[in-house]
Design a protein around this ligand. Structure first.
Ligand code: NAD
Length: 334
């Protein structure tokens, strides 16, 4: 059987997600939730064969409880709206696949986890790299000790292409580049470390003085220390014309992935050394590949009643770290 999914918020990532659903073997698009039911709702309904009666607005959203073609929702809204729509979906008895970052505070994450647990529905956060073959291979390599003991991670995600206004509004985004881009670096570091950071040092800077960054930071660099002694540098910036990368330094080996976090038509490349010799490889990330793998995993967790690889608890751990990172930064108007 195919799990029926309705995206909430038909913006840029929801469009990629709908393309992914059309390629998935165990999930399909069965509903649409949008503030523009005519312009966007009818357009995508016609494109993907969704019944007009399965188009909802934010006002009529709670009626999805009566729609048995919809098993789950995909929350693709501005970050500050993830909590409300996850809870309303859970209360309507629907499973939830929520985009990263999970919410704008750890308190919201807790409420989302509680609501989904109470309703007996799955909650998965959209960390697509946990399903990416290159990252899965490197994760296994690191965990097997092929690089010796890990001493340091470095990761960064830089660049601002077509960013929507809401991303520069703290009330809607939660913060600046850290929430949007830095979360990839942070999540990957935490995943590979297999433990939670305990010590945080942060500097933020906003060089653009045009007022664009009045409510969120432009650039943030932080240094994390983990209980085992691993150090990690994690950076992100909206202003920098940059790349995205992930570097792992062990006692007997090292690997660098670059690009690491972008999706669409890019090729992830990695290069380094292990105890047994040189290491190099690559993996194509064509649109919407990573999202197909991700949604297939989510649908499987519903069909087989298993825990998704990145449940709400994983999203909440990122928010707990992000809160510490901002606390360590002090003033954000540096
Ligand atoms: P977007 O601006 O393209 O889409 C947001 C949607 O929300 C739009 O359809 C908009 O109409 C709707 N919306 C409803 N209320 C709104 C309001 N008050 N203000 C602004 N928009 C409102 O954004 P996006 O790039 O699709 O991002 C959506 C979510 O997906 C974010 O949480 C983002 O972090 C996440 N995302 C994840 C990935 C990934 O690779 N996993 C990539 C991009 C975005």
């Amino acid at each position: 059987r195919q799990v029926g999914i309705a995206p909430i918020g038909l913006g840029s990532i929801a469009e990629v997600f709908m393309r992914a659903l059309s390629k998935s073997r165990n999930a399909k698009l069965t509903g649409l939730v949008t503030g523009h039911p005519v312009e966007k709702g009818k357009k995508f309904a016609a494109m993907y064969g969704v019944a007009d009666s399965s188009i909802y607005t934010y006002e009529t959203f709670d009626n999805i409880r009566n729609n048995h073609d919809i098993d789950a929702v995909y929350v693709a809204l501005p970050n500050s709206m993830h909590c409300e729509y996850t809870i309303r979906a859970a209360e309507a008895g629907k499973h939830v696949f929520c985009e990263k970052p999970m919410a704008i505070s750890s308190n919201e994450c807790k409420r989302m986890i509680d609501a989904c647990r109470h309703a007996g529905v799955k909650l998965m956060i959209g960390y697509r790299l946990h399903h990416e073959p290159v990252f899965l291979k490197l994760h296994e390599l690191v965990r097997s000790g092929a690089l010796g003991e890990i001493l340091q991670f470095q990761a960064g995600f830089y660049g601002m292409k077509n960013k929507q206004e809401w991303r520069l509004n703290r009330a809607l985004a939660g913060g600046g580049s850290m929430f949007d881009l830095g979360v990839y670096a942070l999540n990957t570091i935490r995943w590979f470390a297999g433990e939670e950071p305990v010590d945080f040092r942060t500097l933020v800077a906003t060089r653009d003085k045009t007022g664009k960054f009045d409510s969120v930071e432009e650039t943030v660099n932080c240094l994390l220390r983990f209980p085992s002694g691993i150090l990690a540098e994690c950076g992100s910036s909206y202003g920098q014309s940059g790349t995205n990368y992930f570097q792992i330094n062990g006692t007997t080996g090292h690997v660098r992935v670059e690009p690491a976090f972008s999706y669409g038509d890019s090729i992830l490349k990695y290069e380094g050394k292990t105890e047994s010799g040189d290491l190099a490889g690559s993996g194509a990330v064509y649109d919407p590949d990573q999202f197909v793998t991700e949604v297939t995993h989510f649908a499987n967790s519903i069909l087989q009643n298993t825990e998704p690889a990145t449940p709400g608890e994983e999203g909440m751990k990122d928010l707990l770290s992000i809160e510490e990172i901002y606390k360590a930064a002090g003033s954000l108007q540096a």
